[in-house]
Design a protein around this ligand. Structure first.
Ligand code: M6R
Length: 612
């Protein structure tokens, strides 16, 4: 989604803006732009990569500037729709969607403003300009104008001859960076990665905050419904991200790097339990012992890959803890009439912690009186983490590739810890059984490492897929969500149409699609459902379908004509989905390489989906 960088400093901030946008490229974008003050306004915009904008900006110097990567919502990707949008000498960049922009546009057109783009953002520029006619300064005008906006936004605004930059957020992420050392200055960005080049000292703005940045000072005012500028007290966080976390290093793509980082990401996430033989509910926050105590059922809310993690967790929670668990796509839950249950634990799963639908679904649950909320998230201080009463932070490190990989496996580790904790509270696990589950969990990094060694064979399979138009992924039981995840990975980065199905459902419809051009990928762990799965695979083979089977070392499935089998080194019981997803990630990665798609930034997608 759109990315924002803003800088005001004694140094030349043009390289800071360009480097910041480069760091935000992973979020997904189709055009980029910046506005500089010298002290009059220079605006540069380009469709395509930040590198093209950087070429345009070569030789420019400035001490005030705002910059943006745009992911189109209102209006096609084009230079005229790229941000910043201007109104006289004022420029605005924006992330989010303004829902009442049509009404505001009518009003501004009537007042004589001329629109040069199809965006909702241009409305903000003219609205602030208009408000300046009666407001004492830019800060006050932004406060008054944003109070009229409905929807989600993070914005940065500057205007000619003014030595401040004003930023505001409501429903879209924005943080401030406090400059350090002789270069000093103050900064704002959509995420911390953009500002690590200049500072580690960050302030996460809250919804409704408006902040003014000057070279040597900042002020933040919260939305408090009053006209008075009462300063808001926001804590300063020292970012622990390292520059290496966001560098490609020896890898060709972030997705590849992130797939191979999984052993380390799992180990880091599991460090939280150290060598404990038994889990404490405190793992999920200080209020967890009390909140988890009376839990009678679980509702998981998430989108995309995080939703698939929730689907796996349902099997674990119901099997281990004996507690009913439902899993809902956040964008559906937030709008449907549901039956609230205050004893239910609401678990929001999100890599970014900023996904608009997931955030809104948690707010919806809370509004319905469900206060037992837990965030499982990879980004500390993100909106979803702050919205929930309890939290478990996965330690996958920054995930840059749009296709989620290491976030998923670490979410699974966190959800397994939750299932064990709930099982223990329900009195369904003996001390010995609990210790056994923890031993299996701690072995995961080593087990995943062994699966990664299958890459050469998977690469050979990928070459056969690249020419296909469609693919079917089959799984049963807690591997059914892994089939869904395998299909999602393939479609998002290779653009091959793929569907995930529970294998038993095949004959109820999708079997009609099977022929020699439809590769069928099946997850065949050595579990209680293996024999049933084998019958399903026979149904495929009998229709001339080509089967690619990911089995366990000891699964009784043999390669034959039209049936290719790859064996995972270990058989892993309940935690097997964590291993079986890894070859599917590698498969989609290598298919995308053969097809030559943009692996880390697939078309039309964004990393952090901060709009509905
Ligand atoms: O940041 P979140 O986990 O909330 O994101 C949810 C989905 O947008 C995300 O998982 C998406 O489906 C990925 N591109 C899948 O690889």
């Amino acid at each position: 989604m759109c990315g924002i960088v803003a800088a005001v400093a004694a140094r030349n901030i043009v390289p800071v803006l360009i480097e910041g946008l480069t760091r935000l490229e992973y979020r997904g974008y189709d055009s980029a732009g910046l506005a500089l003050l010298n002290p009059t306004l220079t605006r540069l915009r380009s469709v395509g990569r930040v590198a093209e904008l950087a070429a345009q900006a070569a030789g420019q110097t400035a001490h005030h500037g705002i910059a943006h990567t745009r992911w189109a919502t209102h209006g096609v990707p084009s230079e005229r729709n790229a941000h910043p949008h201007v109104s006289a000498g004022l420029a605005v960049v924006h992330n989010g969607i303004i829902e009442n922009y049509v009404e505001l546009k009518q009003e501004l057109l009537a007042a004589g403003y001329v629109f040069n783009s199809d965006t909702d953002t241009e409305v903000i520029a003219h609205l602030i300009q208009h408000t300046l006619q009666s407001a004492p300064d830019l800060f006050a005008a932004v406060r008054l104008a944003t109070a009229r906006l409905t929807g989600a936004y993070a914005i940065a605004v500057l205007r000619e001859w003014d030595d401040s930059i004003v930023v505001a957020r409501h429903g879209a992420p924005l943080l401030l960076g406090l400059g350090q050392g002789e270069n000093g200055g103050n900064y704002a960005a959509s995420d911390a990665a953009a500002l690590l080049q200049v500072t580690r000292r960050m302030i996460y703005l809250e919804d409704g905050d408006v902040a003014e940045l000057r070279r040597d000072a900042i002020r933040i005012v919260a939305a408090d419904g009053t006209a008075a500028h009462v300063p808001a007290d926001r804590p300063v966080h020292e970012s622990t991200l390292s520059a290496d976390d966001v560098e490609l290093g020896e890898y060709r793509h972030y997705m590849q790097k992130e797939i191979f980082e999984q052993p380390q990401a799992l180990a880091a996430t599991l460090e939280m339990i150290g060598g404990a033989q038994t889990l404490s509910p405190n793992l999920f926050g200080v209020a967890a012992p009390e909140m988890l105590g009376g839990v009678r059922s679980v509702l998981i809310l998430a989108c995309g890959t995080s939703y698939h993690a929730g689907l796996v967790a349902r099997y674990w929670i119901e099997q281990l803890a004996g507690i009913p668990c439902s899993v809902e796509i956040a964008s559906e839950y937030r709008y449907r009439v549901s039956v609230p249950n205050s004893e239910q634990l609401v678990v929001a799963i999100s890599q970014s912690g900023e996904t608009a639908d997931t955030l809104a679904s948690v707010k919806h649950a809370r509004a319905l009186g469900m206060g037992r909320t837990l965030a499982i998230c990879n980004v500390p201080e993100s909106a979803i983490v702050r919205e929930c009463a309890l939290r478990f932070l996965t330690r996958a490190g920054p995930e840059i590739g749009v296709a989620s990989t290491k976030a998923f496996t670490t979410q699974l580790a966190a959800l397994f810890l939750l299932a064990v904790t709930l099982a223990k509270q329900a009195g369904r696990l003996s001390a010995g059984q609990e210790a056994e589950q923890l031993v299996a969990l701690r072995h995961l990094p080593v087990a995943v490492q062994k699966v990664l060694a299958l890459e050469p064979e998977i690469k050979a399979w990928a070459a056969r897929f690249a020419a296909k138009q469609h693919a079917l992924f089959l799984g049963r039981g807690h591997h059914y969500p892994i089939a869904l995840e395998g299909a999602l990975k393939l479609k998002e980065i290779s653009y091959i149409h793929a569907e995930g199905y529970p294998a038993g459902e095949l004959k109820h419809g999708p079997l009609a699609l099977v022929d020699k051009d439809m590769p069928v990928i099946s997850i065949a762990p050595n579990d209680a459902l293996l024999e049933k799965l084998k019958s399903n695979l026979k149904e495929v083979a009998a229709r001339g379908g080509e089967l690619y089977v990911f089995a366990d070392a000891d699964s009784a499935v043999d390669a034959e004509d039209g049936v290719h089998v790859l064996r995972l080194p270990e058989h892993y019981g309940l935690l097997s989905p964590v291993l079986h997803v890894v070859p599917l990630q590698l498969l989609s990665y290598h298919v995308a390489l053969v097809k030559g798609t943009d692996v880390d930034k697939p078309r039309n997608l964004a990393k952090s989906v901060t709009v509905e």
